[in-house]
Structure formats: structure tokens, C-alpha cells
Design a protein around this ligand. Structure first.
Ligand code: GSH
Length: 231
């Protein structure tokens, strides 16, 4: 038997949710950070490709050598293999809600995804189509936020009164967007939720290295609004 390893990319939502899960379960583990911002990405090293031929993190390597890739597969694997403390309810309606919201967090991330192009695109070189896409993304994120705000208004956690897999999946998605400039000023319940979540030992420990709770160097939401405002 050797140690449990989570291969992860710092600040990536999919890696982040796996780390929160592992820490919530209290499983001993070593987070192995793969650097992707340098010319030779560590996700493309022969050693890592032998573990995951897609060259994507996260990957969980269990002490007995079992390898699991894909963040949602990892969450499910962990829940099945280590059922306590439970991250899914037994009661069918609650379980259904928790599972749906676990995966809906990815729909939320997809709504935002188009704004990531602003990391590399010069706004003055954008086509009208590019601008329309930014506008569409901003509207999609707003729609998502209304939905999640109403959920945060209903209960302490995002799918009920106890922390579940839905929080493990959703919180990093929200926290990631906050880092990119998302404002929750008009969404008090979600704001209170993310402040509660970030204090949990699991979330504090999984928080990306070198990040703070302030907006990062590039405020993508402000940039997006300025682009849309000039149309
Ligand atoms: N569907 C996968 C997505 C994994 C993924 O896209 N990981 C990115 C995070 S930045 C990655 O490892 N990128 C490194 C690369 O493409 O070299 C999951 O949920 O685990």
C-alpha cells in the first residue's frame, strides 16, 4: 500500500472539487500539482500520460493503485468507496436533488466558459460575433445566478440543510468566477453561502495556492461588461 495522490491543476474547478471532496471525507492524500502555464505542460509528461492518456487533471490514484480520472467520476467513486461521512442522502427525492445540482454546477461553468476567451483576446480586435457571444455569456451567467440565488435562499447549503456533493461541486465553480470578477452584490444569499463555505476547513485547504478572495489580475466580468456596453 502506498499513499493516495490527487494529481491536480491549481485553480482548476475540476481539481478543486475533488480536493474538497477528499478533505470532507477526511481521507489522507497528497495533492500533486501539475504545472500547465509553462512551455512544457506537466500534464503532457510521459509519466502523467501513462496515468491519464487525455493529459487532464484531476486524477485520483488510490493507495491500492486504483486510478480514477474525470472529476465527477472521482466524486462518485469516493462516495461509493468511502460512504461515511455521506455526501449523498439516502432519501430518494433529496438524493435526486443533490445529484442533479452536483452536475448542474458544470452547466453553470459552461455558461461562463466563453468569458475565458477574454484572457487572450484583445477587445479592440473582436468581431461583432465575438461581442455577441460575450453578451450571451453574461446573460447566461445572470440567469444561472438567479437560479442559484433562489436555491441559496431555500436552505443553508445548496441542496438542503446539510453539506452534500452538490456543495463540493458547486462551491469551487462559484469561487472560481468570483476570482474572475463575478460580483454577488445583488445576490446576498449566494454571497453569504460562499462566505460560509470558504471558512470550512476542507474548502480553506483546497483553496488554490497563491490566490486570495480578491479578484485576480484580470477582471473578466468588468472587461465583458465594458465590451457589451460599447456595442
Ligand atoms: N472533464 C474533466 C475536465 C478536466 C480538465 O479539463 N482539466 C484541465 C484543468 S485546467 C486540465 O487538466 N488541463 C491541462 C491540459 O489540458 O494540459 C473533469 O471534469 O475532470
Amino acid at each position: 500500500m502506498s499513499e493516495r495522490v490527487v494529481y491536480m491543476v491549481n485553480g482548476s474547478i475540476s481539481s478543486w472539487r475533488v480536493l474538497v471532496c477528499v478533505y470532507e471525507k477526511g481521507l489522507p492524500c497528497r495533492a500533486h500539482r501539475l504545472r500547465v502555464m509553462r512551455e512544457r505542460k506537466e500534464t503532457r509528461s510521459p509519466e502523467f500520460l501513462a496515468i491519464n492518456p487525455r493529459g487532464k487533471a484531476p486524477v485520483l490514484v488510490e493507495p491500492d493503485g486504483v486510478v480514477v480520472s474525470e472529476s465527477f467520476a472521482i466524486l462518485e467513486f469516493i462516495e461509493r468507496r468511502y460512504p461515511e461521512p455521506a455526501l449523498l442522502s439516502r432519501e430518494p427525492a433529496a438524493m435526486a436533488r443533490e445529484l442533479a445540482r452536483t452536475h448542474e454546477a458544470e452547466t453553470f461553468a459552461c455558461a461562463y466558459e466563453g468569458l475565458e476567451s477574454l484572457f487572450v483576446t484583445d477587445p479592440s480586435a473582436m468581431s461583432e460575433g465575438d461581442r455577441r457571444e460575450i453578451e450571451r455569456c453574461l446573460a447566461a451567467v445572470e440567469w444561472e445566478l438567479d437560479l442559484w440565488e433562489s436555491r441559496a435562499n431555500e436552505s443553508t447549503f445548496i441542496a438542503g440543510e446539510a453539506l452534500t456533493m452538490a456543495d463540493v461541486s458547486f462551491y469551487p465553480t462559484l469561487a472560481y468566477m468570483l476570482r474572475r470578477g463575478l460580483s454577488l452584490a445583488a445576490r446576498p444569499k449566494l454571497d453569504a453561502y460562499q462566505r460560509r463555505m470558504r471558512e470550512r476547513p476542507s474548502c480553506a485547504r483546497a483553496f488554490p495556492e497563491g490566490w486570495t478572495h480578491e479578484v485576480g489580475k484580470r477582471d473578466l466580468f468588468a472587461l465583458a461588461r465594458s465590451i457589451v456596453g460599447t456595442r
